[in-house]
Design a binder for this molecule. Structure first.
Ligand code: FAD
Length: 487
């Protein structure tokens, strides 16, 4: 059997290992952490369990596909529910809105709370679906860097519909043209943050994202987000994939422009027929291939946003909140300028609160809630993070107190914090960015590295820093694209 090494047991690494094991390859996964999942992990503290990274789950079919491919019944391994309410939105002026899963109900709620026309919302969601379908068959399931993708029938259909894809407008320009109410513009602009981008710069093409939440659905794994990692690990182990934890790879071995194996931190050399790096692509080149030619232009692209996350054990319950909650800033444009131009965090940041104990009560002690509070933050460029975090913590606590009309700080029973530095340290993602390169210009899709190296034979890439992008669904798609490239 041909032997393949995967560097990193992030979700992209695990998924590609499963796909290759199904093709008959002998797969070994090298992971520097003592646990799998990379960003998709969880921890427990004083009776509170937290999903440490991703909290929003869309396209569960991409997870199920891996079980089906392996001849298993997905439901025996992994179960989830569809959310009836997707997100609770709050503004400083007292406006609140619950984004319902059913498009009709969602549009009714928006019309009721903001006066925006119901039909406009429904048209927007339909257009979002149309764009998604054009792009999905074309770029999200195929390599952007193979001629076959560009001359396919789907590509031709894409070219014919180019103006409709929104490449020539920013997301904000398109949304301001469509909606009259600034709150509705803000609500839909927020989807740019799903891949760490700036709605005032990213192309309107990203208006495909609401389609996933409203037309396809937002979901919650019954055992928490960590069950995506846990259930896939169970499957991977059943398929005979070998996982080596606490085993950092220090070098990819190259002879005559061909990858032949790797060397671990302990100095051990191992020979493989091919290597898939699930390590951030910039770090793969800089740290594991120091003597090779680097695609500098791609590697030096500005990074997506990172985040400051407060994991709070809260000794109270808030019935007005749901699983996903957004407390919007009053000046959205300023928030992104502060992040992407000034590399800092606004004094009034939008606050995202995820409370998994709403659906999974055993995630918190009785009468309490586990709050995952995320504030978008710039990628790490050596800022004075301790200062930024202290200030942001105060700003966030006052915002929550204002909006929920309580003296909130007294309910914080325990606290852990994740920030761009620690994200970088724990997963070696470049500058702690959550989604690799940013998509803050219309060529962004072309400024991501391919799923293979065109310079070194037998070297492949998977995960959030390469094509098609970050976030669980795109990482799972990248695993599919990469596995299909390996014959
Ligand atoms: P990563 O998770 O980046 O893992 C890479 C792995 O490689 C790590 O385990 C690392 O230890 C290992 N590794 C690196 N270098 C080496 C080496 N030299 N040797 C051995 N092992 C190595 N996505 C969503 O879909 N929805 C969300 O709601 C969402 N929210 C997020 C919130 C936060 C706080 C974070 C951090 C991320 C969020 N994301 C979300 C993004 C999502 O988590 C990532 O896009 C995805 O998990 C990245 O997976 P990956 O395959 O790229 O690997």
């Amino acid at each position: 059997n041909k032997k393949i090494a995967v560097i990193g047991a992030g979700i992209g690494g695990i998924a590609s290992a499963i796909r290759l094991a199904n093709k008959g390859f002998e797969v070994t996964v090298f992971e520097s952490n003592p646990y799998p999942g990379g960003k998709l992990t969880s921890f427990t503290r004083n009776g509170y369990r937290f999903d440490a990274g991703p909290s929003l789950f869309t396209l569960p079919g991409l997870v199920e596909e891996l079980f089906v491919l392996s001849g298993k019944n997905p439901g025996d391994y992994f179960q989830y529910i569809r959310l009836p309410d997707i997100c609770h939105y709050f503004w400083e002026d007292g406006t609140t809105l619950v984004a319902k899963a059913e498009p009709e109900e969602f549009a009714d709620e928006i019309e009721l709370k903001t006066g925006e026309s119901k039909q406009e919302i429904l048209n927007f969601l339909e257009e979002s679906a149309f764009k998604y379908q054009l792009l999905d068959g074309l770029f999200l399931q195929n390599s952007l860097h193979k001629l076959s993708t560009w001359i396919s029938g789907k590509a031709i259909r894409g070219y014919l519909n180019l103006p409709k894809l929104g490449i020539f407008n920013t997301m904000n320009q398109a949304n301001e043209k469509t909606f009259r109410n600034p709150k509705v513009v803000q609500l839909f602009n927020r989807y740019a943050t799903y891949n760490g981008s700036d709605p005032y710069k990213t192309p309107a093409t990203l208006n495909i994202i609401p389609h996933l939440e409203y037309n396809v659905g937002a979901f919650f794994p019954k055992k928490g987000m960590i069950d995506i990692t846990d259930s896939l690990m169970k499957l991977a182990e059943e398929l005979g994939i070998k996982f080596l934890f606490n085993t950092k790879v220090n070098e990819i071995l190259v002879r005559n422009r061909k990858v032949i194996g790797l060397m671990t931190q302990s100095g051990k050399e191992e020979i493989f027929d091919a290597i898939i790096s699930n390590m951030d692509v910039t770090q793969t080149y800089r740290k594991l291939l120091p003597g090779q030619k680097h695609p500098e232009k791609l590697l030096n692209q500005p990074k997506s946003s990172s985040g400051v996350i407060f994991y709070w054990g809260i000794s109270n319950q808030f019935p007005e909140l749901g699983l996903h909650n957004i407390l919007f800033s009053d000046n959205y444009r300023e928030e992104f300028e502060k992040m992407f131009e000034h590399k800092s965090i606004s004094d009034d940041p939008t606050v995202y609160i995820n409370i998994s104990s709403k659906l999974k009560p055993d995630d918190a002690p009785a009468g309490c809630e586990n709050w995952f509070v995320l504030i978008n933050a710039p990628a790490n460029e050596g800022q004075d993070w301790d200062n930024i975090i202290n200030k942001t913590r105060n700003d966030v606590i006052s915002k929550i107190s204002r909006i929920l009309k309580v003296d909130f700080e007294k309910f914080i029973e325990n606290e852990s914090i994740l920030d761009p530095r620690t994200i970088e340290l724990r997963t070696s993602s470049s500058q702690g960015a959550l989604y690799g390169n940013s998509s803050n210009n219309k060529f962004a899709a072309f400024l991501r590295h391919a799923n293979f190296s065109s310079n070194l034979k037998n070297l492949y890439f998977v995960g959030g820093s390469v094509h098609p992008g970050g976030g669980i669904p795109l990482c799972l798609s990248s695993a599919k694209i990469t596995a299909n490239l390996i014959k």
